[in-house]
Design a protein around this ligand. Sequence first.
Ligand code: DGL
Length: 275
Amino acid sequence: MIDSPIGVFDSGYGGLTVLKELVKKLPQYDFLYLGDNARTPYGTRSFRVVYDYTWQAVKYLFSQNCPLVIIACNTASAKALRNIQQLDLPKIAPGRRVLGVIRPSVEKVAEITRNGHVGVLGTPGTVLSESYPIELEKWSEGKVKSTVQEACPLWVPLVENNEIDSEGTEYFVRKNINNILKKDKKLDTLILGCTHYPLLIHQIRKFVPKKIQILEQGQIVAEKLVDYLKRHPEMEQKLSKTGKIEFQTTESADNFNEKAALFLGQKVEAETIHL
Ligand code: DGL
């Protein structure tokens, strides 16, 4: 077991797109990645269920000595993060911190949008939660004028089933992109509001006009974490720094190893755990 790693949690493989960037920006730190592959996808589940699963995972990562956990999943950030931060942590783990992926993305959009017309692609859960329109309204200092959303219910299962380059995936990516483009003809920034979607970036780029900026979250979350650690030396000092990464999954480790290696471009040896 690593001493005091940064925990990174996702419902499956999507969070690896965030982990990859975290490790690039913060190579000296230790990381423990947990994918709840046995219960993925979260995107179609109710608030209660996503909250329960996410809180179980966070408590598990605390039991593995993580002082800080990044919820590298929009669905879980949208449906569980606020309760965890405001109600659970003060009661159960006041010295630990849990951060999500929506707020950093929203802040970045406010910096880069040129005309304030923003689109969000996400799971049905993220879209229904209205988290992006609400947070964009709250944190963009009036820079975002319109937010349209499109739920892409099949994209996560397609990624999880290794169908990234298939014709079927191309069909569904084209369909959802065309839908969102029709919702706002002035769109200038498109948020990939699900950490699985960067894995489909080659398909997505085929259908998004070049003038629209596509925002992937990994780099942004990593940049914001660097900044967070500078502003919170008390947390920074708690984190161990031996450059190790461990992987855990709630499903078969062999499956995880094969796909994670594909997504991360490096060999991975995961361990199966039970939540
Ligand atoms: N990576 C998760 C997200 O960002 C996928 C959610 C799911 O499991 O459906 O929303």
